[in-house]
Write a protein that binds this ligand. Structure first.
Ligand code: ADP
Ligand code: MG
Length: 339
């Protein structure tokens, strides 16, 4: 298998609403391998802590039983090893090796897609392990049913245990992660700086870590304290990148897609609520995420007047405060557009 990262422990994993369920499930599995949830299936986007949690389970299991036989492999590695075993006629050793484990952890199983022979082999190994009450943990970048090129019988079996999602961290979790990681580096990060970084880099934990590392390194290098101005300067290109990616065109496509409607309707003249709401939301997003002026945004939205855009922004603000579904939609779209 691959190497475990010793720092990827439960202690070092900061809990928040976005990862609470996954963390709790992993914890249960670590304490009762093979008994609690089998398989444990963790899914979510890149850089959200799936690998970290998997290693945390392995590290915890080894702590309570140093003799535990645990294999942690990336799915590409699993496929590669299997192909080699087939070529060298050692497939039986390969099978024996995997079937003799206390726990098998396969990371990023989306890479199994389309690899039929590997899925076949994995299917049998997987069944043998479950029957022997040996723990299986899998991660994937999306919900198993959404992985194309994965056999139905595997998808259905993945759901036999527990399937949990890790979401992108919400603001408070991001702030907590930044403050904790800085403290681990011996740096006391000012709250306003933590909030600023968390707010502007809304994608994933890996990127948050990268930004923080950069700020700390620059501060050490120049001997300057970490103030707001210092942080903005240190992260200038990164922040620009996060903003530049969002164009009005992109916003329109994303919103139309999200509400399952055509761009034509989004930009057109129809005024039924099912169309005007998404239209207003798209305009408000354009105001929030781009540097375009109200007249420019109006122009891009089928040649509307700037007062219409202004009205849309106010309306959306008001609706978000009174209707949680609209607020959820808005937040989802914000997240999609900025990650
Ligand atoms: P994934 O496997 O989902 O792509 P990783 O597990 O590799 O993501 O996490 C990316 C980085 O972010 C790692 O350095 C990891 O330690 C860190 N990380 C992710 N989530 C957390 C968390 N909740 N608390 C602390 N560190 C985290
Ligand atoms: Mg990973």
């Amino acid at each position: 298998g691959s190497r475990l990262v010793p720092d990827h422990t439960f202690e070092n994993f900061i809990e928040g609403k976005s990862n609470q369920l996954a963390r709790a499930a992993a914890r249960q599995v670590a304490e009762n391998p093979g008994q609690a949830y089998n398989p444990l299936f963790i899914y979510g986007g890149v850089g959200l802590g799936k690998t970290h949690l998997m290693h945390a389970v392995a590290n915890r299991m080894l702590e309570s039983n140093p003799k535990a036989r645990i294999a942690y492999v990336h799915s590409e590695r699993f496929v590669g090893d299997m192909v080699k075993a087939l070529q060298h006629n050692t497939i039986n050793d390969f099978k024996r090796l995997y079937r003799g484990l206390n726990a098998l952890m396969i990371d990023d199983i989306q890479f199994f897609a389309g690899k039929e022979r590997s899925q076949e082999e994995f299917f049998h190994t997987f069944n043998a392990l479950l029957e022997g009450q040996q723990q299986v943990i899998l991660t994937c970048d999306r919900y198993p049913k959404e992985v194309n090129g994965l056999e139905e019988r595997l998808k259905s079996r993945f759901g036999w245990g527990l399937t949990v999602a890790i979401e992108p961290p919400e603001l408070e979790t991001s702030v907590a992660i930044l403050i904790r990681k800085a403290a681990q580096d011996g740096v006391q990060l000012p709250d306003e700086v933590a909030f600023f970084i968390a707010q502007r880099i809304r994608s994933n934990v890996r990127e948050l870590e990268g930004a923080l590392r950069r700020v700390i390194a620059n501060s050490r290098f120049t001997g300057q304290p970490i103030t707001m101005d210092f942080t903005k300067e240190a992260l200038r290109d990164l922040l620009a990148l996060h903003e530049k990616l969002v164009t009005i065109d992109n916003i329109q496509k994303t919103v139309a897609n999200y509400f399952k409607m055509g761009i034509k309707d989004l930009l057109g003249k129809r005024r039924s609520r099912s169309i005007t709401r998404p239209r207003q939301i798209a305009m408000a997003l354009a105001k929030e995420l781009t540097n375009h002026s109200l007249p420019e945004i109006g122009e891009e939205f089928g040649g509307r007047d700037h007062t219409t855009v202004l009205h849309a922004c106010r309306k959306v603000k008001e609706l978000r405060e009174t209707d949680t579904r609209i607020d959820d939609d808005y937040q989802n779209l914000l997240r999609t557009l900025t990650t």
